[in-house]
Write a protein that binds this ligand. Structure first.
Ligand code: 13P
Length: 254
């Protein structure tokens, strides 16, 4: 029997909003989303806004996430943020986003260090994987997904708490989401990879989200695919009404 996986809709605000704007957006999101039944909801603002947003979210059903961490508890790492700094503030932390892989040269090994550091500190990692357009056109999408997933969960016995986001790079911020078939296919490659590495039961317990130009028009067809357990939302998460309509779509499918 497949254990029920609660869908997750998470907003990745990326490098947007000042603390004052973030506080306002968080309040608007609480208002628009309300108390959704059967779906987990999170917002991931920039580091400097975590405190303001944590205060705004207090007492609401919406959880807080960070967008990154450095995999050491403290030390001489100028400009970095540790899991101990985040652990009492956040529930989630996005790790290995393609923008960090591309612009900050994050390797699979470094990303795995971060996933393990998050888990060791009680944070739920949202591990991002996804192929670029070039890799897809070269017929390498499956290999890339398998490699990034395998490396991301390396040395971790209990993978159940990990959330994975399938974010094809070509769909991020382009307005061109993956087709529902492509999203289902990518996610099934990821789940099979987990099953090969850690067994079927483990694979069935991991939530796998789709991310990349998800919006109120395409959300229903994407979430209707078997194995798609929610969404990691960029642009549409900066608009409280749009974000709330994605949450409602997930609640309806749940
Ligand atoms: P968009 O929804 O803006 O395409 O961004 C997706 C994303 O990168 C979420 O992490």
């Amino acid at each position: 029997m497949t254990p029920a996986r609660t869908p997750l809709i998470a907003g990745n605000w990326k490098m947007n909003t000042t603390p004052a704007e973030a506080r306002r957006l968080a309040s608007d999101v609480i208002h628009a989303v309300g108390d959704p039944a059967g779906v987990d909801v999170a917002v991931c603002p920039p580091f400097v806004s975590l405190h303001a947003v944590a205060e705004a979210l207090r007492g609401s059903a919406i959880a807080l996430g960070a967008q990154n961490l450095y995999p050491a508890p403290s030390g001489a790492y100028t400009g970095e943020i540790s899991p101990t700094m985040l652990q009492n503030l956040c529930r989630y932390v996005i790790i290995g986003h393609s923008e960090r892989r591309a612009y900050f040269m994050e390797s699979d090994e470094f990303i795995n260090d971060k996933v393990r550091a998050a888990l060791e500190h009680g944070l739920t990692p949202i591990l991002c994987v996804g192929e670029s357009l070039e890799q897809r056109e070269a017929g390498r999408a499956t290999d890339i997904l398998r490699a990034q997933t395998t490396a991301g969960i390396a040395h971790i016995d209990d993978v159940a708490p990990i959330v994975i986001a399938y974010e094809p790079v070509w769909a991020i911020g382009t307005g061109v989401a993956a087709t529902p078939d492509d999203a289902r296919e990518g996610i099934s490659v990821i789940r099979e990879t987990i099953a090969d590495a850690r067994g079927h039961g483990a694979a069935e317990s991991v939530r796998i989200l789709y991310g990349g130009s998800m919006n109120p028009q395409n959300v229903e067809s994407l979430l209707a695919q078997p194995g798609v357990d929610g969404g990691l939302i960029g642009g549409a998460s900066l608009n409280a009404e749009q974000f709330a309509s994605l949450v409602r779509a997930a609640a309806q499918q749940g």
